[in-house]
Design a protein. Structure first.
Length: 55
């Protein structure tokens, strides 16, 4: 949006309702995140009624 319309970062973020800090630092996923996500999904499938706090 900034490059396309020539708007400032501040104005573009205000228009779409997003914090400016989200535009500066790209997300770097953890190395073990895929393994943890798979384990959480397996637990949720096995114990579906537990809720997020117990899983």
């Amino acid at each position: 949006m900034v490059e396309t319309l020539g708007a400032t970062e501040r104005r573009a973020c205000r228009v779409i309702g997003q914090h400016r800090s989200t535009q500066r630092k790209p997300r770097v996923p953890r190395q073990d995140e895929d393994v943890l996500t798979a384990a959480i999904i397996a637990l949720a499938e096995r114990f579906g009624r537990y809720g997020y706090r117990r899983i």
